[in-house]
Design a binder for this molecule. Structure first.
Ligand code: TRP
Length: 334
């Protein structure tokens, strides 16, 4: 059976863009009979970007509660927290010893950080860059290779990291014999990217997101803030390039979307169109939002679900790491 695996860095609150781009397709895959899927909270990765302990913990809880509230099938798939699998940092070190430094030098994320320093005229191009940022792709390779992953569904920005995992696996296999499956990135063709409040891509780093499970009143307020043009009511409007329309379409059926588009053509006012989007989203999110709120109020239960997932994951990781240690010569002396 084919194995799919993906990680979610625990820095921030899930928003509509995360849902449409990553969470919804992953949850659909978790119900497939022909795929073995692994989903995990990448909290060790989060430490590279986020040094606020309370935020790391809060984000782990929010993300886990979100995935569970939306119906992730935890009996079919394996859902765990990276830091509950001590074999992952162990494997990371072993992989570090076969990873070319030059490969890491080519990482887009690292190069962008160096470029930012050069741009600011800093005499040290590595100023403020930690080894965590530099070797981030090796930890990610360990995540992937540990579970003999065939396919890694990720956004475009992560494609290079999966390619690095391939390189690292091939290097290891060349030296120590075939241990690792060579993974492949899948960049979903239908992976929608939503636009945020200000017209740029919806992203935590732009601060323009609509969180998935805010209370109804706040959801309404945020939708009212979405940028539109200044066409008056009565004037027909284009759906093309309209953030409101794009969000509506990402959630609604084709028939509902066509009806919404007809209101644009008929010259509905932006206020009405916003109200309609709000009503639609609110109706569709109400049930999982209730479940999310219940889970957020019961972190002990979420913890238990993650612990059970970790146990399942370690059922694979423990024997596999043992084989890897054996392969590299970390063995009993007699
Ligand atoms: N680096 C990924 C991101 O920021 C998250 C991640 C960590 C991941 N480990 C992974 C994704 C392994 C896929 C596979 O989005």
């Amino acid at each position: 059976m084919e194995t799919h695996l993906t990680g979610i860095t625990t820095t921030g609150t899930p928003h509509l863009g995360n849902y449409v781009g990553a969470i919804r397709p992953a949850i659909a895959a978790s119900h497939r009979q022909d795929v073995q899927s692994f989903y995990f909270l990448a909290d060790y990765h989060a430490l590279v970007k986020n040094q606020d302990p309370d935020l790391v913990r809060q984000s782990s809880l929010e993300i886990a509660a979100t995935w569970l509230a939306l119906g992730l099938d935890t009996s079919r798939s394996t859902f765990y927290r990276q830091s509950d699998i001590p074999e992952i940092p162990e494997l990371t070190w072993i992989l570090t010893t076969v990873t070319a430094k030059g490969l890491m030098n080519r990482s887009h994320a690292y190069k962008a950080a160096v470029q930012a320093n050069e741009h600011e005229g800093d005499s040290d191009p590595d100023k403020g860059i930690t080894m965590g940022l530099f070797s981030y792709p090796i930890l990610m390779a360990a995540d992937i290779l540990m579970f003999k992953t065939h396919r890694v569904p990720v956004g475009k920005d992560q494609k290079q990291h999966v390619e690095m995992a391939r390189d690292i696996a091939q290097r290891f296999n060349h030296i120590y014999g075939e241990q690792f499956v060579i993974p492949e990135a899948v960049i979903g063709a239908d992976t929608a990217i939503l636009t945020g409040l200000d017209g740029r891509k919806m992203s935590k780093s732009y601060g323009n997101t609509i969180p998935l499970f805010v209370p109804a009143a706040q959801l309404r307020k945020l939708i009212m803030k979405i940028k539109t043009n200044s066409l008056e009511p009565g004037v027909p409007k284009e759906t093309e390039g309209s953030t409101l329309f794009e969000i509506y379409r990402a959630f609604a059926t084709p028939e509902e979307t066509a009806a919404y588009a007809a209101r644009y053509a008929a010259g509905a006012g932006w206020g009405d169109l916003k109200q309609q989007l709000f009503a639609y989203l609110d109706a569709h999110l109400a049930t999982p939002r209730g479940e999310y709120e219940r889970l957020m109020a019961d972190p002990g239960h979420v913890e238990q679900v993650l612990k059970a997932g970790a146990e399942k994951a370690r059922g694979m990781a423990t024997p596999f790491l043992k084989a890897i240690r054996q392969a590299v010569g970390i063995r009993p002396l007699r």
